[in-house]
Ligand binder design. Structure first.
Ligand SMILES: [Zn+2]
Length: 293
């Protein structure tokens, strides 16, 4: 979790952003917001620090951590940041979180280091408030976005697109609207070609009002858990390609860091910052900065 702080520091140290570009949520999500996705029982058990051992185990952080006020608060802050990022993307066309992308969380339990599903809650809040009519969840984390796939299985207003390693977690995949399972060892050119063949037509056919993009970097060749073979350059090309494709279609995009695993926090944080570097370049290319309305 220290990686999120390191991302924030590197964004400033490497001058990818200026302090004036940082926006912090001023409130945590309400219980009602979380219950747009999660059961009341799960929200209460988690936020009161009383989650049972079986569900703690499935999340993977351990009981003392999962039930600690620090992690509870951090989890809620992450949801707040993800929602704020989407609101900013609707206002400015492009915004990125320094965390987010907890795509394995299900309505009544967490899974794979994900507790509360920030992107699903964000999609439901935006729809409920009438800010959007259609949301695309574009999930390029190496692990399938099984939580979102299940949550939105019967929801025509949310399109789930997951491109992931077929031999990776979760063992039991759910059905997204589009799943693209990739074999172990997939390299930059193949990965980007497949993405380039599918994403533009999804944007054209579904016509989302916003794209919520999970830019997990566990697709990197040196990731501890990933099994794909993307290079640093390949990741950078991916972020530019995704953001450019959405913005060229005049569709707002909100970026989330997603998963990534390395014993070296700075190396890992730099991989995540590729998203923000690409966003900076697009911000300049598309002369963004003025509110859309
Ligand atoms: Zn992942």
């Amino acid at each position: 979790m220290g990686v999120f702080r390191r991302i924030y520091e590197l964004l400033l140290e490497d001058k990818i952003i200026t302090p004036g570009q940082i926006v912090v949520p001023d409130e945590l999500p309400s219980t009602e917001m979380m219950q747009l996705v999660h059961t009341a029982e799960y929200v209460e058990a988690f936020t009161s620090g009383q989650l049972d051992d079986a569900r703690v185990k499935r999340i993977g952080f351990g009981g003392d951590v999962t039930r600690s006020p620090v992690l509870i608060n951090r989890t809620l802050a992450e949801v707040a940041g993800t929602l704020l990022t989407a609101r900013l993307a609707l206002r400015y066309k492009l915004a990125c979180n320094t965390a987010g992308g907890t795509h394995h969380a299900f309505p009544d339990c967490g899974s794979g280091f994900c507790i509360i599903n920030d992107m699903a809650i964000t999609a439901r809040v935006l729809l409920q408030e009438g800010l959007v009519e259609r949301v695309l969840i574009l999930d390029l984390d190496v692990h399938q976005g099984d939580g979102n796939a299940l949550i939105f299985q019967e929801e025509p207003a949310v399109f789930t697109f997951s491109m992931h390693g077929e031999g990776n977690f979760p063992a039991r995949k759910q059905n997204s609207d589009i799943d693209i399972p990739l074999p172990d060892g997939t390299s930059d050119d193949v990965y980007l070609r497949v993405l380039g063949e599918v994403l533009p037509s999804v944007l054209t056919c579904f016509k989302p009002d916003i794209v919520l993009y999970d830019a997990g970097v566990d697709t990197h060749m040196h990731d501890s858990l990933g099994k794909l073979n993307l290079t640093d350059k390949g990741l950078q090309r991916r972020e530019l390609q995704v953001l450019d494709t959405c913005l060229a279609a005049d569709i707002p995009v909100a970026g989330y860091v997603g998963g990534g695993y390395s014993p070296d926090l700075t190396t890992l944080a730099r991989r995540h910052c590729q998203l923000h570097r690409a966003a900076k370049e697009m911000w300049e290319n598309y002369s963004l900065g003025a509110p859309v309305d």
